[in-house]
Design a protein around this ligand. Structure first.
Ligand SMILES: Cc1cc2nc3c(=O)[nH]c(=O)nc-3n(C[C@H](O)[C@H](O)[C@H](O)COP(=O)(O)O)c2cc1C
Ligand SMILES: [Fe+2]
Ligand SMILES: [Fe+2]
Length: 403
């Protein structure tokens, strides 16, 4: 029994789905698991492109053995030295002692930090532009530093334009028996998870992704094979444009995401009221998230998608309410930029939330604050409603201008 698929002549997907995993990087909740993609090329030479997480090791090794069907493994190419793809390198070398392990200088440096095996007899170090010939197929390497980690590289099959893109173009979500984006109703099942994966996992590295996108021979690419999620063989411009947009921090939609924190409901009520005021003015596209309820990775995905945000939070022990503080710090870490932001605070005796939110947004690039930050005294009074109306006018105006 095995679950493999020949995705091109002599190229097999030998990846593994993990449907039991609860959280990616022990942080991001997965409702539908994740796929660790790995590919096996059977040409005059055989080459395994990446391995998988150690949690799914046994079946993976069995699959590799089945597909090799008695042949030796000549190469193991490591595009990314992160443990979710490297949990089997030592075992592969043990089973196929003649295998050449192909990576760049940094790949082998990192390997030594994690694992004990001595790869000196197996290592084949490649640099930018090197070509590995497998017979009819040959792989050209592109170093892609910081497209997640410093040692990441892509490779492109010069014979037919298959691009192996490491973590870039990846998605959360196990693959449902079909592998290709054009088969599995991408928009319905994977677009949101691809965005959430991009924003949270490689969102910080937009500039590095832009750099590598510009270096790739885009017209020659026939297939995009990432290390997670669906494989692309049709309508490549769909995913290419998404990755380009997300990595350039360009919003996809004009609309407003509310992120609020509230213990007793007063801040929540202000957020609700303002949302309805925006709705009344004709802003159709509005999302509301309670930071204590919705996992930050989902909120972050929405913030990647939308142009505007309203951020509302109480002061808590002379500080910004901790889940909001954590979310804004995560946004800054992920380099989110070029967004329009309205700020609302709430306090009873001494305000800190507004000041700290302004400070945190001040560390991010191209964040435009809308109107005057509003600082509520415990609850919104009827006589304060005109202030909220003015803020709604400013947000509405800004949304109109960005449409
Ligand atoms: C544990 C705790 C700590 C708080 N610390 C402060 C504070 O340091 N300064 C302040 O002005 N208000 C503080 N407050 C008051 C809240 O900011 C205030 O109750 C606010 O209206 C809560 O909004 P909510 O109804 O949306 O939860 C604190 C409230 C709690 C429960
Ligand atoms: Fe990674
Ligand atoms: Fe990965």
């Amino acid at each position: 029994m095995h679950a493999v698929h020949e995705i091109a002549d002599g190229v097999f997907w030998v990846g593994m789905n993990d449907r039991r995993i609860e959280r990616f990087e022990n942080m991001f909740p997965l409702s539908d698991g994740v796929a660790y993609n790995a590919y096996l090329i059977k040409d005059e030479k055989t080459a395994l492109l990446d391995t998988v997480e150690s949690s799914v090791r046994d079946r993976f090794l069995q699959q590799v053995e089945n597909v090799l069907d008695g042949r030796a493994l000549d190469y193991l190419v490591i595009h990314h030295m992160e443990p979710d793809h490297c949990g089997n390198i030592e075992e592969i070398v043990r089973r196929y002692p003649e295998v050449k392990v192909v990576g760049n200088r940094k790949t082998f440096e990192f390997f030594k930090h994690y694992y004990r095996a001595d790869l000196s007899a197996n290592a084949q170090v490649v640099k930018e532009g090197d070509i590995l010939s497998l017979g009819t197929r040959s792989l050209r390497f592109y170093l892609a530093p910081m497209v997640h980690w410093p040692e990441v590289m892509f490779s492109m099959d010069l014979s037919d334009g298959m691009l192996y893109s490491a973590d870039a173009f990846g998605s959360f979500g196990a693959l449902p028996g079909t592998l290709f984006a054009d088969e599995l109703d991408f928009n319905r099942y994977f677009l949101g998870e691809t965005r959430r994966y991009h924003a949270n996992i490689v969102g910080r590295y937009g500039n590095q992704i832009q750099t590598v996108l510009k270096r790739l021979p885009v017209d020659s690419i026939s297939m995009i094979c990432p290390l997670h999620g669906p494989i692309w063989r049709k309508d490549l411009s769909v995913i290419w444009d998404k990755i380009d947009t997300w990595s350039a921090y360009r919003p996809e939609r004009t609309g407003v995401v509310f992120i609020y924190a509230s213990m007793y409901g007063n801040t929540a009520e202000v957020a609700e009221t303002l949302a309805f005021k925006l709705g009344d003015r004709g802003v159709g596209d509005i999302r509301l998230h309670d930071v204590s309820k919705t996992h930050p990775s989902h909120i972050i995905a929405d913030l990647w998608e939308y142009s505007h945000m309203v951020v509302a939070s109480p002061t808590y022990n002379m500080q910004l309410y901790p889940p909001m503080d954590a979310l804004l710090r995560e946004l800054a870490m992920l380099n989110l930029q070029d967004r329009d932001v309205a700020i609302i605070g709430n306090h009873t005796w001494s305000s800190a939330a507004v000041r700290q939110m302004i400070g945190l947004f001040g560390t991010m690039k191209d964040i435009r604050l809308l109107g005057e930050p509003l600082d509520i005294h415990s609850s919104l009074k009827a006589e304060e409603e005109p202030t909220l109306d003015s803020l709604a006018d400013v947000i509405f105006e800004s949304v109109l201008n960005r449409s």
